[in-house]
Unconditional design. Structure first.
Length: 150
């Protein structure tokens, strides 16, 4: 009961990966737009998106790509995969804690220019890292049906 294929787990993992990227991009953009209401021509407002993207590329190279690849290898090693095994339990707890922390940081930043910029950069960096490292799903051919057994 609740058994699924490795392909299904990879699709669920990818959907969550992409949704996280979309949500963080929207949230980061919203924070930077709010910051622009305080100081339209401040240098950090103009540098925030490029800095976030640059930090995101560093995260792709040193963290997210490896994490994504390890998860796909783990999924392939499952013998009777269950629908909830798209990520390790510890990683799911980590994600929940990061979502809560991110929401609290955003709440704290509202109305405070430097914090809006800082949290906006953080969200853009994480979004870039999620989108950029998602190529691992495609390189692994995670969405293809396995060849039929003969």
């Amino acid at each position: 009961m609740f058994n699924v294929s490795a392909r299904t787990l990879k699709i669920i993992a990818a959907i969550i990966w992409y949704l996280g990227g979309i949500i963080l991009l929207l949230k980061g953009s919203s924070l930077l737009l709010e910051a622009s209401t305080f100081e339209k021509n401040h240098i950090w407002l103009w540098l925030s998106a490029p800095v976030g993207i640059l930090l995101g590329f560093v995260k792709i190279k040193y963290l997210f790509r490896k994490s994504c690849r390890k998860n796909l290898i783990r999924i392939d090693s499952l013998t009777q995969a269950k629908v909830w095994q798209f990520y390790r339990p510890g990683f799911i707890i980590f994600l929940i804690l990061m979502i809560i922390l991110g929401e609290r940081l955003s709440e704290f930043a509202h109305g405070k220019y430097p914090y809006l910029i800082a949290v906006g950069i953080l969200d853009i960096a994480l979004s870039t890292a999620l989108f950029g490292s998602s190529y691992v799903f495609w390189a692994d051919k995670a969405f293809k049906n396995p060849p039929a057994e003969q």
